[in-house]
Ligand binder design. Structure first.
Ligand code: ZN
Length: 204
């Protein structure tokens, strides 16, 4: 394994640990796909978590602007999937702190813990396990900005953009591997449905 794992090494690690599954899946937004990725299943194992966090931190360090900010950098993740990645990256970088956005229930907007106050202009790196639609990260970015912080970049373990993915240009965006699942808009356009492959409905 390289210090910055290659795309192939990341995919192999995800498969070995049950984080990447092949089959026929229906996502909560109605899209159908031939692959399902659940990085949390890989982050169960500290060795795997360390490989991914250290690899991602090496990408971040390679960016001179991010590197210069590390001592004051806040690593901010959407709860809960982003948390193991955020702590791993913070430790590997020796960044300043970790906190997260969370919601009471799925209808509520994300918020920070009570008494958590951002410094004006606080440098924030947004971290998550996967960027798929980017909606959670876009919401978290707005939350950071409305609290006076400055988002300086985004980092995810896996970039698996679906056709509706948010574009965060011109912010620097870091990822360890990019996966292109075959997405279908719904059951009527899905090749796997047409072939009668049994479908798994995924919860997240
Ligand atoms: Zn289908």
């Amino acid at each position: 394994m390289h210090l910055v794992p290659t795309q192939e090494e990341v995919v192999a690690l995800l498969r070995q640990t049950g984080g990447l599954r092949e089959g026929h899946f229906e996502y909560t937004n109605g899209l159908h796909a031939n692959e399902y990725l659940q990085v949390a299943l890989t982050m169960r194992y500290y060795e795997a978590a360390k490989i991914l966090s250290v690899g991602l931190s090496r990408h971040l360090r390679a960016n001179p602007e991010i590197r210069a900010m590390i001592p004051e950098l806040s690593i901010v993740a959407p709860a809960t999937e982003g948390l193991p990645v955020a702590y791993g990256v913070c430790e590997a970088l020796r960044a300043h702190q970790v906190y997260w956005g969370e919601r009471e229930n799925s209808h509520e907007p994300q918020r920070f813990r009570q008494y958590l106050e951002l410094k004006p202009g606080e440098k924030v790196l947004l971290v998550d396990d996967i960027l798929r639609t980017g909606k959670k990260l876009a919401e978290l970015k707005s939350l950071v900005e409305s609290n006076g912080g400055e988002v300086v970049g985004l980092a995810v373990v896996i970039h698996q953009p679906n056709p509706m993915a948010v574009n965060f240009d011109p912010l620097p965006f870091f990822y360890l591997a990019k996966l292109d699942a075959a997405y279908y808009k719904d059951a009527s356009t899905c090749d796997l449905c047409k072939r009668g492959v049994p479908v798994d409905r995924v919860r997240v």
